[in-house]
Design a protein around this ligand. Structure first.
Ligand code: NAD
Length: 295
């Protein structure tokens, strides 16, 4: 069994690391918040005092932190992974971050003889806990094949889409679809509610037709039942849409629907909702309509 490291044990990282541990791997773990590691330590993980210490002990280091600057800090800050890692080891970044920065990080690690995969995920907390995540991988094919058995412990739909950064590009595309679908579901349920229909019945009826989606099913229910505890926090989805819009500018293309969805998230943030589940985007639409679904 290889010695594995896991950095970032939040909503997603904790259950994902738990699956690697349950399969019998030795697991070295670190999080900026020491309590985040404790649950895994009870199950047999070894707590480290820095990202460097994780890297010193591991053949493969998995990372699951919020944003691009966090991954950069994990890798290259003082006491970071790059100070402890040995040539021949592999870094697998499963956070959702910038495709451009990912290519730079991979190059810097390559210079140390370390291969990197970007492997962002979709499927949320439920998918992380059930080990059914979709994993979108960028990196060379040999490294992908070596890491695939570990991906299999955390996910179901696992695809290498190309070289370094392409996994992150795929994830940004995913987040565009998710944000615009949340907006579509929110607008549809708001419309039905204001028109006086029973939104619960409307949702159920639509689940049988062409408009059905997991977002209508799960987030439509959240919108109706007003259950906006995360889940996937709005501030994380804002980060992903910012990546989409920045990259669109660099590519010279327009993403008008993405821009609107980003502004709706900004409006929820302005009302103090940046840590709500992303389905709470509907609250911005409700403000514009001066009408709340179900009321
Ligand atoms: P989270 O905030 O719950 O967890 C992140 C963890 O990283 C925290 O425990 C934090 O202390 C730790 N951390 C941050 N900087 C660190 C550092 N320098 N060193 C060590 N630890 C550090 O976030 P999450 O919801 O688990 O999301 C993680 C990533 O997964 C994000 O990029 C997010 O976009 C992506 N993602 C999340 C979901 C979801 O539903 N939550 C779904 C798909 C993808």
């Amino acid at each position: 069994m290889a010695k594995l490291g896991f950095i970032g044990l939040g909503i997603m990282g904790k259950p994902m690391a738990g699956h690697l541990l349950t399969a019998g791997n030795t697991l070295y773990a670190f999080d900026l918040v020491p309590e985040a590691v404790q649950e895994l330590v009870k199950k047999g993980a070894i707590a480290c005092s820095s990202n460097k210490e994780v890297a010193q002990n591991s053949d493969v280091v998995f990372i699951m932190v919020p944003d691009t600057p966090d991954v950069e800090a994990v890798l290259f800050d003082k006491d970071g992974v790059s100070e402890g890692i040995q040539a021949g080891s592999i870094v697998v970044d499963m956070s959702s971050i910038s495709p451009v920065a990912t290519k730079e990080f991979a190059k810097k690690l390559e210079a140390k003889g370390v291969k990197m995969l970007d492997a962002p995920v979709s499927g949320g907390q439920v998918g992380a806990e059930a080990a059914t995540l979709t994993i979108m991988v960028g990196g060379d094919p040999d490294t992908f094949e070596r890491i695939k058995p570990y991906f299999d412990l955390m996910g179901k739909n696992i695809n290498r889409v190309g070289g370094n950064g392409d996994g992150q590009t795929c994830k940004v595309a995913n987040q565009i679809i998710v944000a615009l679908t949340i907006e579509a579901v929110g607008e549809a349920l708001l419309f039905a509610s204001k028109a006086g229909a029973d939104v619960g019945k409307v949702r159920e009826a639509l689940l049988g037709g062409f408009a059905q989606s997991e977002i209508l099913e799960l987030h439509g229910e959240r919108m109706i039942k007003r259950t906006f505890a995360p889940g996937f926090r709005i501030c994380l989805h804002q980060k992903d849409l910012n990546l989409a819009l920045q990259n669109a500018r660099e590519l010279g293309i327009s993403l008008p629907g993405t821009a609107t969805a980003a502004q709706l998230f900004n409006a929820v943030e302005a009302q103090g909702g940046k840590d709500l589940d992303h389905s709470a985007m509907v609250q911005a639409l409700e403000m514009l309509a001066s009408h709340e679904i179900g009321v």
